[in-house]
Design a binder for this molecule. Structure first.
Ligand code: S5P
Length: 264
């Protein structure tokens, strides 16, 4: 299916090239799943990507959980993701001033050289996004930022006023492709979508086909409900990597999200 048919006004209204790349990959894979690959060994990460790669649209990493990190070894993860046509999304949740954040995009992990997307908090103000974009600029790459407008964890402090200010900040920046919303609650997603409009993506963690509650205060909702409510991608970790058959699990999440997009 052509992406404009599948995505409707979202395809026409989202301006950032990486939004379009994501929507195209999702159509190719018939899956709106971003794998939260929360594993700490490169070997396990590569094996996971190889097994679920055909059923997902993007790979979300936490590079700083990698044991014995070297940039050379990390190249194996990047190669595996590229082989499967995945967007690479480093969930760094930056939160510092712009200048420091620009530097943190380099350093030992050199996020700017391999990540297509990163997450950022909005707490420190709009210059953080410019710092991230300047880092990509310095290596002649284009990337996109997802701002945390809501969170899935119990008791988080991202209340409605904070969400509104975050959207204001994102709307003003060409580098912000969208927002992280709370996938555990369809009402939260609908209200976020009403505020965001059509011009930005909403990606949602806190999604699981069976569990209602995760460890340490994580909350979960159903992937189909999240897409119907206005999410454009579900971020799934444990539901896939803790499953006995990660490939089958990834396919189930892919099928559920694609069907939900088609009905939306
Ligand atoms: O509010 C949030 C934002 C994020 S990016 N809640 C989250 O859980 N996440 C991330 O999504 C988190 O860092 C983890 O990598 C993933 C959820 O993993 P799961 O195992 O609970 O599906």
């Amino acid at each position: 299916m052509q992406p404009d048919e599948a995505w409707g006004s979202r395809w026409h209204s989202c301006a950032h090239p990486l939004s379009h790349r994501y929507m195209e990959v999702a159509c190719d894979k018939r899956s709106l799943v971003i794998l939260a690959a929360d594993v700490s060994k490169v070997d396990d990460l590569v094996e996971l990507v190889e097994s679920v790669g055909p059923h997902i649209a993007g790979l979300k990493t936490h590079v700083d959980m990698t044991e014995g990190f070297t940039i050379g070894e990390w190249g194996r993860v990047v190669d595996a993701a590229k082989k499967h046509g995945l967007l690479i999304f480093e969930d760094r949740k930056f939160a510092d001033i712009g200048r420091v954040t620009e530097t943190q995009m380099g350093g030992m992990y050199d996020i700017r050289s391999w990540a297509d997307l990163v997450t950022s908090h909005s707490i420190s103000g709009p210059d953080i996004v410019d710092g991230i974009a300047a880092a990509w600029d310095s290596v002649q790459r284009i990337g996109g930022v997802l701002l945390l407008a809501q969170m899935s964890s119990r008791g988080n402090l991202l209340e409605a006023g904070y969400t509104d200010s975050t959207i204001e900040m994102g709307t003003a920046s060409p580098h912000v492709i969208g927002y992280i919303g709370n996938g555990s609650n369809p009402d939260d997603i609908s209200s976020l979508r009403a505020k965001v409009g059509e011009g930005r993506m909403i990606w949602t963690p806190g999604v699981n086909l069976s569990a209602e509650e995760g460890v340490l205060g994580q909350r979960y909702g159903h992937p189909s409900d999240a897409i119907i409510a206005g999410s454009d991608a579900v971020i799934v970790g444990s539901g896939i990597h803790k499953s006995e058959d990660p490939a089958a699990a990834a396919r189930a999440y892919g099928d559920a999200t694609w069907a939900a997009l088609m009905s939306r």
